[in-house]
Design a protein around this ligand. Structure first.
Ligand SMILES: Cc1cc2nc3c(=O)[nH]c(=O)nc-3n(C[C@H](O)[C@H](O)[C@H](O)COP(=O)(O)OP(=O)(O)OC[C@H]3O[C@@H](n4cnc5c(N)ncnc54)[C@H](O)[C@@H]3O)c2cc1C
Length: 557
């Protein structure tokens, strides 16, 4: 197997040996006990799953086909090994993790191939199409929408085409602020290469450490500083996509009116239109100043109204984020003993000031606002935002909590594995809606989750934040948790489905930045109308008549 490509744990998030610990967060165990009825002191922690316990479906790839692939990429870069195939079977959704830990692998890729460059990708694609095989492009494997798994009923050979060896920043057009990046470059790879010459992509999803630029494009990803840098749909200007027989080339243009946008068709295509080999992205000079300040609002309504006012104002922060009261409570409870919130948790001045203002401490909402640019620009933005926060009854509490949030943001994903170890679900659903609908969506999702918890008969937890503000609306991000009873997957579906249905019933989208895959496909028609689904189906069928590229994702075939 290619040893230059590093993969995440086959059974969980991130790097081997790294996990979540709560011993340094004294409020965490009591919080979990109160909110979901899980006693972390007595609950038995599951042992790390053993790969030997898995029943991995045997590879059905014909030997001659595997040899032909080896002839293209070299013997070291093609594998039918069980562990390698299992690593390429699922993404990292909760459903994926439950299935893989529970030995539920109905279909795995038959062979995994690691091409070195676009020419090899073209040869692999052509060989696979000629052999009537299925090709599933693989970036970092971090998706949480069921975008990677081969269909259980697939009888053809399934090839997982891993872009992991293609991770170079090829070239930077410094006059235009455009960088050509190979599609398999993961966040840290490409940011280090850009930073070395003073540039940044400005795209930092929570999965940054283990996801690729090709995957970001294929799933329409969003990073936490999107208010300044845009979503990947804004950042990705040029594309190279290997299709049977030739490469689809979209030059990096600032804008164009050359008909319906093929660039937009590739964005979010989840591997169905070909293999993205190179993305030309907008890059920016690493800002002189970058800081994140924390604020509190007396209520969720005040926080949302303030975020809208900021988006309508002359201020242009890089991050706008406000947590609802539940998420604020969670953040306080999970803070380390010595954290940016010590001012708050140790009955010091801050809570007293809030109480004196007539705030109900159970309703307060924590907000983070980021500023980037020259020192003068960042200072000016903060001044504009501070005035808006004040006008909406909020107060600033300095940079300490923001620094902590910034440092720890890529550690949070490990929490989900810890909860799974302890027998509990912890997962997310996210959406976007116009400003006028956000409160309604928020309340409807809470009601739907509570109803789902009652159906299962559990005490469940839900919390939310607003992030990624736009002129006309914003993203709402929900995190939910509950202790599994008898049937984890069906209980998870009950809660997840209720939340997704509440989105479409209240004029919100099925996903703001996680894509469609298999998980969100059941609601696609309610999201984009049946005519919209017909257009998408027609696109996939005509562009890929043999259904060779990741079939059954986004829309069912
Ligand atoms: C803990 C956690 C946090 C997350 N946080 C965020 C977040 O903040 N923002 C966000 O946007 N997403 C987030 N995600 C979701 C996920 O990281 C994104 O969907 C990401 O864009 C997937 O990239 P990847 O390289 O891992 O792609 P993969 O998971 O490998 O693939 C995803 C899909 O894209 C296709 N694909 C991948 N590479 C290519 C290519 N080169 N050509 C054609 N198709 C390709 C695959 O076939 C598949 O359909 C998170 C996920 C987790 C588990």
């Amino acid at each position: 197997m290619t040893d230059t490509v590093k993969h995440m744990k086959w059974w969980g998030w991130g790097n081997d040996g790294v996990g979540f610990h709560h011993e340094d967060k004294p409020g965490f165990a009591p919080f979990v006990a109160e909110k979901v009825g899980l006693d972390l002191h007595t609950a038995e922690r599951a042992v790390e799953p053993s790969f030997d316990d898995l029943d991995v479906p045997a590879s059905t790839a014909p030997e001659a086909f595997v040899s032909a692939l080896a002839g293209i990429v070299g013997d070291d870069h093609v594998s039918v090994d069980d562990l390698v195939r299992v690593i390429h079977t699922y993404g990292k959704s909760l459903r994926d993790l439950v299935r893989i830990r529970g030995n539920q692998i109905l279909r795995s890729p038959d062979v995994v191939v690691y091409p070195a460059d676009e020419a090899e990708v073209q040869q692999v694609v052509d060989a696979a199409v000629a052999a009537d095989a299925v090709i599933i492009p693989f970036g970092g494997g971090s998706n949480i929408a069921g975008s990677l798994e081969p269909m259980p009923a697939e009888t053809r050979t399934v090839v997982s085409l891993d872009l992991g060896r293609m991770r170079a920043v090829v070239d930077i057009d410094t006059d235009s602020g455009l960088a050509r990046i190979q599609a398999g470059a993961q966040g840290p790879d490409l940011e280090a290469q850009l930073n070395s010459t003073g540039w940044t992509i400005g795209h930092f999803p929570d999965s940054f450490t283990h996801s690729t630029v090709g995957g970001w494009v294929a799933t329409r990803s969003t990073g936490m500083q999107s208010d300044k840098y845009g979503d990947i749909a804004d950042i990705a200007r040029g594309l190279r996509v290997v299709r049977p027989g030739d490469v689809l080339v979209l030059r990096p243009l600032p804008s164009t009116s050359s008909g319906p946008s093929v660039r937009e068709m590739i964005l979010g295509s989840e591997g169905r239109l070909g293999v993205i080999t190179e993305v030309t992205v907008q890059v920016h000079r690493v800002p002189e100043k970058r800081n994140i300040f924390a604020y509190f609002f007396p209520t969720w309504e005040a926080g949302i109204t303030a975020m809208q006012a900021i988006s309508e104002s002359d201020a242009s922060p890089s991050i706008t984020r406000v947590s609802d009261a539940h998420e604020t409570g969670f953040t306080m409870a999970t803070s380390k003993t010595r954290s940016g919130f010590s001012k708050f948790t140790a009955e010091t001045a801050l809570p007293r000031i809030m109480k004196a203002k007539g705030w109900d401490l159970d309703k307060i909402c924590l907000s983070f606002i980021g500023y980037e640019g020259s020192t003068a620009h960042a200072k000016h933005q903060k001044k504009l935002v501070d005035a808006i926060v004040k006008k909406h009854g909020g107060m600033g509490v300095g940079e300490g909590p923001g620094l902590l949030y910034d440092q720890k943001k890529f550690d949070t994903p490990y929490l989900r594995d810890f909860l799974l170890d302890m027998g509990a679900a912890g997962d997310v659903s996210e959406t976007a809606a116009p400003w006028s609908k956000l409160l309604q969506v928020h309340d409807a999702v809470y009601a739907a989750a509570d109803k789902a918890y009652a159906e299962i008969g559990v005490t469940g937890w839900i919390m939310s934040h607003l992030s990624h503000s736009y002129h006309s609306g914003a993203c709402l991000y929900f995190t939910f948790a509950f202790v599994f009873q008898d049937d984890p997957l069906s209980e998870y579906d009950t809660v997840k489905n209720a939340i997704q249905q509440a989105f479409v019933d209240n004029d919100a989208t099925i996903s703001h930045h996680h894509g469609v895959g298999r998980e969100h496909a059941p609601w696609l028609e309610e999201d984009i109308s049946s005519e919209g689904v017909k257009v998408l189906t027609a696109l996939f069928e005509s562009a890929d008549p043999g259904a060779h590229f990741n079939p059954d994702k986004v829309v069912a075939d």
